[in-house]
Design a protein around this ligand. Structure first.
Ligand SMILES: NC(=O)C1=CN([C@@H]2O[C@H](COP(=O)(O)OP(=O)(O)OC[C@H]3O[C@@H](n4cnc5c(N)ncnc54)[C@H](OP(=O)(O)O)[C@@H]3O)[C@@H](O)[C@H]2O)C=CC1
Ligand SMILES: O=C(OP(=O)(O)O)[C@H](O)COP(=O)(O)O
Length: 338
């Protein structure tokens, strides 16, 4: 069985760890932290993960806190077949040197630039590109959301170009020091935001341009998408295609799911681990084809939509499964994805 190390046990890392633990064809070697806080203690005492430290000079702090550590990140990666790097964006380049020295494969997250690995990943659009690769990068939560639906629509509608306005959550739920508060912030203030060009790194056929703004909410991003299409398709054809695609949910505002808050409540109803919603919900009422233009609105649970993609990326990079559909189905089943 292949071994996986998780470097960085924050919002994404702890979810990837739980998802790896739920698979029967891979196992966790350990996870890493730099601070001996509640997440470090829970990782060891509740989850039973071996904990390694990202900054060796801080070893005494973990000892003082009575949190058992198994070694340093350098020790951890010696034992693994692949490291999933879930450290904050931009720490990646220095880690890549360490991974190269250790001769270990690595999967990065969307906070790093595509150029770091030269290869980016989305399970449905380009699984095969990362098969057997040394390094890849799972694109960001918003890019993942755009890719899942645009790829599906392109298959039946032949997209000419796509434009999207991205409403981004201001911070993750536990990030108490971040904002914005009482404000809407164009972010970045320039156009395009990274999301549209980033779609091209996993689906280079389509011209996607995006602009983004931050709003004072912590749960879910929301996308407003306009697509010019070449094929003569009806609204019902788009609905049917999205309904058939796994990791995408066509949901009804009329059933009480008309907001991001209600969607997060729905995830609780489903009894999901950490209340996560791995799928991209698309509002049925918003899907509308007018002549050669399609309009739709969707949401993204930023903490969780990339987690199944990381599991598939592990199978691709380690050549555990060559058939993307089989990997996706296996991941979906293990995580209860609809
Ligand atoms: N949050 C989100 O909504 C999403 C994030 N991403 C991407 O995922 C990546 C991780 O983001 P996220 O999980 O939010 O980040 P977090 O800040 O929640 O977690 C980062 C983790 O990395 C650890 N860490 C910090 N510095 C170092 C270091 N120098 N060496 C080793 N480990 C370190 C932190 O440990 P400690 O806390 O102990 O310091 C923490 O466990 C980023 O690229 C981000 O862009 C992608 C999709 C969605
Ligand atoms: O990958 C994400 O967003 P993104 O798709 O807008 O880059 C995550 O929500 C992290 O965003 P952040 O960089 O605002 O913490």
């Amino acid at each position: 069985m292949k071994s996986v190390a998780i470097n960085g046990y924050g919002t994404i890392g702890k979810r990837v760890a739980d998802a790896v633990a739920a698979q029967d064809d891979m196992k966790i070697i350990g996870v890493s932290k730099t601070r001996p806080n509640y997440e470090a203690r829970t990782a060891v005492e509740e989850k039973g993960y071996d904990l390694y430290i990202g900054i060796p000079e801080k070893e005494q702090l973990f000892k003082d806190a009575g949190i058992e550590i198994a070694g340093t990140v350098e020790n951890m990666i010696q034992e693994a077949d692949v490291v999933v790097d879930c450290t904050p964006g931009s720490i990646g380049p220095q880690n890549l040197e360490m991974y190269k020295k250790a001769g270990i494969k690595a999967i990065y997250q969307g906070g790093e630039d595509h150029e770091l690995t030269g290869l980016s990943f989305n399970a449905i659009s380009n699984y095969d590109d990362s098969y057997g690769a040394d390094y890849t990068r799972v694109v960001s939560c918003n890019t993942t959301g755009l890719t899942r639906t645009l790829y599906t629509i392109d298959k039946i509608a032949d997209i000419k170009k796509a434009r999207a306005v991205m409403v981004r959550r201001g911070s993750d739920p536990s990030e108490v020091k971040k904002g914005p508060i009482n404000s809407i912030v164009p972010n970045p203030p320039t156009v395009p935001s990274h999301h549209g060009p980033d779609v091209k790194t996993v689906m280079n056929r389509i011209d996607v341009t995006t602009m983004a703004l931050l709003v004072p909410t912590t749960l879910m991003h929301q996308h407003n998408i306009m697509v010019e299409i070449n094929n003569n398709v009806e609204t019902e054809d788009i609905v049917e295609a999205l309904e058939k695609r796994s990791r995408v949910l066509v949901i009804d505002a009329s059933e009480g799911l008309g907001s991001t808050a209600e969607l997060m409540e729905y995830a609780k109803e489903l009894g999901r681990n950490r209340n996560d919603l791995y799928e991209i919900p698309v509002w049925r009422e918003s899907i509308n084809v007018v002549e050669n233009e399609l309009f739709y609105m969707q949401a993204v649970h930023q903490e969780s939509d990339v987690i199944p993609e990381n599991i598939d990326a592990i199978r691709a990079i380690l050549e555990i499964e060559s058939d993307k559909e089989k990997s996706i189905a296996k991941t979906n089943k293990s995580m209860g994805i609809l």
